[in-house]
Design a binder for this molecule. Structure first.
Ligand SMILES: *Cc1c(COP(=O)(O)O)cnc(C)c1O
Length: 395
């Protein structure tokens, strides 16, 4: 039996020889039998991608050989957080490897349907901190607007699985549904930052998104907008010239993109990020620490270094929230602290995100990391650096 750790270490050593890795080519979709006749223009059309999302077991079984755990998971995944995989994302899946990080994030397994004692439907108590429909107000100067309940691809570790999925949205007119939320922002002059998330707001049509951006931008005390999305990773075809120009018109618009694994950084994804960066949208990444996906320091290091190459600044690593059915993804907190220990000082400071735990019950993001202060007394700080060498700073 070969030892996987030894193999990974060898890979790591090989990697240090090649410093700059070009972004990966995704598996040529025409090699996948059900897509072999798809016209490249259709493949590039985001509406085509959405229309042809993989939703059912029978479709997925044509692309990958399902494990019994996946079959059980697929039989149960209905309604909220049903399965949905874009053909593009499916083309990144390793059909022969049940541990493929792309596959684990998108294909339901039986373990999702067992709920552990500390898990909750709404671990961050967002529903409690909601002063108007679709709005979460937790911090003094910024709000979170949940613009839609749909995504291009449903992540199996989703923290808003209580809301998100392929069900029919019951709410009414997209032109008026955010009126109360917008009134709340208008009447609260402390709000200078509006984070539009969901669901994935980039699943909205350009006109609906622009309508929302325009209404929020029209509020004089709102200094900037941000969009939380996974679209550049799960459906990069959605980043069209028209979308990029729209975002440019409402500048400053920042974007936080959910990236979890270096395999997600393909040539196609890079192209989408380039278009955004060139439209003046500063890009940050949000990463969820997931067992067996990105919980090893060398994978996380490769991810953050490759993100800088596509002009994405690593922003947060999240401890996986105790949301119902995600126990199989959760790592010990020490795993996350060790990842930061292996990044800080060892690579560019720009590559080091902040590791946070979203305080269960509504505490907000709490930064967690290695301790560099060994002792402190009478204006004397005894510190250690990233190599463990000890230094004294006298105040
Ligand atoms: C994450 C989050 C924000 C934004 O937090 P930042 O640390 O400023 O990125 C705002 N509101 C809510 C409810 C959040 O969960």
């Amino acid at each position: 039996m070969s030892n996987p750790t030894v193999i990974e270490n060898q890979k790591l050593q090989n990697e240090t020889v090649i410093n700059v890795r070009p972004p990966r080519k995704s598996r040529d979709y025409q090699q996948i039998s059900i897509y072999k006749d798809v016209n490249p223009l259709d493949w590039e059309d985001w509406h085509w991608q959405l229309k042809h999302r993989i939703r059912f077991k029978e479709e997925l079984a044509q692309i990958i050989k399902l494990t019994p755990e996946e079959e059980k998971g697929l039989d149960k995944a209905k309604g909220r957080l049903s399965m949905s995989i874009t053909p593009y994302w499916a083309s990144l899946i390793d059909a022969d490897d049940p541990d493929c990080p792309i596959r684990r994030q998108s294909v339901p397994v039986a373990a999702e349907f067992s709920v552990s004692p500390h898990e909750m439907a709404d671990p961050c108590a967002e529903d409690r901190d909601s002063p108007a429909p679709y709005l979460v107000h937790r911090y003094p100067d910024r709000v979170l607007l949940l613009a839609t309940e749909h995504c291009a691809m449903y992540c199996r570790h989703c923290t808003r699985r209580r809301l998100v999925g392929d069900h029919e949205e019951k709410d009414g007119d997209p032109l008026t549904k955010f009126d109360a939320a917008i009134e709340y922002i208008k009447s609260n002059r402390k709000i200078r930052d509006v984070l539009i998330s969901g669901g994935d707001p980039l699943t909205l049509e350009d006109e609906a998104l622009e309508n929302l951006l325009a209404k929020i931008r029209a509020i004089s005390h709102v200094e900037f907008l941000r969009i939380g999305t996974r679209i550049p990773v799960s459906l990069p075809q959605r980043i069209t010239e028209n979308l990029a120009n729209t975002l440019k018109r409402y500048s400053p618009v920042w974007m936080s993109v959910h990236f979890n694994h270096p395999k997600e950084i393909t040539k196609r994804c890079k192209l989408a990020c380039d278009m955004l960066a060139e439209s003046g949208v500063p890009l940050g990444s949000q990463t969820v620490l997931l067992k067996g996906v990105n919980d090893r320091p060398f994978i996380m290091k490769r991810l953050v270094q490759e993100l800088l190459q596509i002009r994405v600044r690593p922003y947060y690593i999240y401890q996986c929230d105790p949301v119902r059915g995600t126990q199989h993804f959760r790592t010990p907190v020490a795993t996350g602290i060790n990842i930061i220990e292996k990044l800080r000082g060892h690579t560019s400071g720009y590559a080091v995100p902040t590791y946070v735990i979203d305080g269960p019950g509504g505490g907000g993001k709490i930064p967690i990391g290695p301790n560099y202060i060994l002792s402190q007394a009478k204006g004397k700080y005894v510190l250690r650096n990233y190599k463990g060498k000890i230094y004294t700073y006298q105040e």
